[in-house]
Structure formats: structure tokens, C-alpha cells
Design a protein around this ligand. Structure first.
Ligand code: PBG
Length: 310
């Protein structure tokens, strides 16, 4: 077996999986203000940025060859319903209009969810202590439509309400939908919730996000989302769920996405900062493993670094 491992070029000739910048999506966080770049502890390289700074960062990403970004917003104010999510002058809508105008050619994906906008931090409206599924659907559809109105190319619902893809498809017949179909109630979202200021004020998300031990259930989620009109399916997180990515890949012929989440990124950053491992090698190995498991595209905080590394 060692004959083909002898040199760089031999190894490259027989390489089965390749990491390609074309497949990566970089998450970005828009916040109010001007000239604001607020770094996040533990997520070195990631920051909340005001629209002007976000445009600057997106321009840099685009010139490095990154082709797509995932836009999140941190609103000025939150309320019970999360109305900031669909306001025409909301933070994501303003960011999208600026990105559309200033960085043409960059594909703009938006995360469709209410948790950054609700005062309680849940992904939908709360009634009697529970997230009300059907009441939330209309608000998600409104949010997705407002994103497209402001310039989004693709919407990615991440709330995990039942029927949200159908609700969004009904108002957006022509917009690609990448559905967070198999999204687990994971401990690995911790750093994201710090940056997005979206930790639930009470309870947790296990009433709507998936239970980590389940994989057959993930396939049912995926089948439903495709029936409802999703164009691509996402598995999230990525590294602890490579088996799920593989199962989804084998069952469905649509594009499969994986989200290499904030906790996966933060672990490597922390270990690298402590001198325990080499960040670049660990990041590239992680990303190629996610592709090898079957992902066609990967949402990752390393997209900008990969652009420099490759
Ligand atoms: C919004 C959302 C979350 C993430 C993406 N969209 C957080 C959550 O569900 O709590 C997590 C991303 C990450 O950890 O990098 N619902």
C-alpha cells in the first residue's frame, strides 16, 4: 500500500476527495452601528460587524475567491414575536441591500430563524411555555420573503418547525431553499449563541431540534423537506454527525450541505492556542472528512482561512 504514498504528487494523483473553495460558505454576523467590529471570545476571526464593516469583509472574502456567505443579524431590539426578523429596515435586510450593491457576484444565503430576534431566544413564538409551531410558520415565511426582497439569493430555514419549508415555498416559488433538515439539539452551538445573542432565556431547544441519538428520524426530516420543496438538505453539526451526512447522501440525490458549527471551530482554535495541535492541518482534515462523508457544500467559519491556505 505504501507505493502510492511516496510523494506529494503520487498522493495527489490518487486522492479521492478534494476540498474546493467553491463548496464553502462563510457565515457573517451583521449588527447595528457604524465602524463596529466586535470580535467574539473563543471564535477568533469571527466578529459582529456593522453593515459598512460587513461589506468590507465580504469584499475581501469575494476577492479571496469565497463565493457564498451566510448572513445572520443581531438586531437593536428584540420582542416576543421576533418582529425584527422581517422588518424591511431590519439588520439583515439592510446588510443584504448593501452587500447586493457593493459585492455583486457574491451569493447571499440567509439563515431564516427567529431566535436572534425574540426576547426569549426561542426559534418561534411562545404560547403557554411552548414554541407554537403553526403560528411560527407564517412569521418564518414573512422573514424569508423579506430577505429575498432585500437581495438574498438563497434562504436557509434553521428553526426546525414542522412545515416551514412548505410555508416558505408557498411565498417564494423561485428561491433556492437549503433546509437545515437534520439539525440536532447540540452542545456545539454554544459559541454561536454568544455571538448571535440567542441563548434561550428558559428551557432549551430539544422540543424542536433533533435528538442526537437518532438517524432514521433525520431521514424522515429530509424526505419531508424535499416533499415540501427544499432544493438542498443540510446536516448540522457536521463532525459529530458524519454518519448522518453519509446516510442522507446515500438516500437522496439532491445536494447535501453540512454545517461545521461554532463549537467545532472553537475546539480546534482553543487546542491550537494551547499548542496541542496545528490549526491549519486540523481544519483542513476536518473539512475534507466532512466532504468524504458525503457533503457537497460546507458552511464553515474557516472559509476565509481556507481561501488563503489552498
Ligand atoms: C439559529 C441557528 C443556530 C446556528 C445556526 N442557526 C443556533 C441554534 O440553533 O441554537 C448554530 C451555528 C453554529 O453554532 O455555528 N437557529
Amino acid at each position: 500500500m505504501r507505493r502510492l504514498r511516496r510523494t506529494d504528487s503520487l498522493r495527489a494523483l490518487v486522492r479521492e476527495t478534494r476540498l474546493d473553495l467553491d463548496d464553502l460558505v462563510m457565515p457573517l454576523f451583521a449588527c447595528p452601528g457604524e465602524g463596529v467590529v466586535r470580535p467574539v471570545e473563543g471564535l477568533d476571526g469571527i466578529a459582529q460587524r456593522s453593515v459598512d464593516e460587513l461589506v468590507r469583509e465580504a469584499g475581501e472574502l469575494s476577492s479571496l475567491g469565497v463565493r457564498a456567505v451566510l448572513v445572520f443579524g443581531i438586531p437593536e431590539q428584540k420582542d416576543e414575536e421576533g418582529s425584527g426578523a422581517w422588518e424591511p429596515e431590519g439588520i439583515v435586510q439592510r446588510a443584504l441591500r448593501a452587500l447586493r450593491a457593493e459585492v455583486p457576484g457574491l451569493t447571499l444565503v440567509t439563515d431564516v430563524c427567529l431566535c436572534e430576534y425574540t426576547s426569549h431566544g426561542h426559534c418561534g413564538v411562545v404560547h403557554d411555555g411552548e414554541v407554537a409551531n403553526d403560528k411560527t410558520l407564517e412569521l418564518l415565511a414573512r422573514t424569508a420573503a423579506s430577505h429575498v426582497e432585500a437581495g438574498a439569493d438563497v434562504v436557509a430555514p434553521s428553526d426546525m418547525m414542522d412545515g416551514r419549508v412548505a410555508a416558505i415555498r408557498a411565498v417564494l416559488p423561485d428561491t433556492p431553499i437549503i433546509s437545515y433538515a437534520a439539525k440536532y439539539a447540540s452542545a456545539f452551538y454554544g459559541p454561536f449563541r454568544e455571538v448571535a445573542e440567542s441563548t434561550p432565556a428558559f428551557g432549551d431547544r430539544r422540543g424542536y431540534q433533533m435528538d442526537p441519538p437518532n438517524v432514521r428520524e433525520a431521514l424522515r426530516e429530509c424526505a419531508l423537506d424535499l416533499e415540501e420543496g427544499a432544493d438542498a438538505l443540510m446536516v448540522k453539526p457536521a463532525l459529530p454527525y458524519l454518519d448522518v451526512i453519509r446516510a442522507v447522501r446515500e438516500r437522496f440525490d439532491c445536494p447535501v450541505a453540512a454545517y461545521n458549527v461554532s463549537g467545532e471551530y472553537a475546539m480546534v482554535k482553543a487546542a491550537a492556542a494551547a499548542g496541542h495541535l496545528d490549526e491549519r492541518a486540523a481544519a483542513l482534515e476536518s473539512l475534507v472528512a466532512i466532504k468524504r462523508a458525503g457533503a457537497d457544500l460546507v458552511f464553515t467559519y474557516w472559509a476565509k482561512d481556507v481561501a488563503r491556505w489552498l
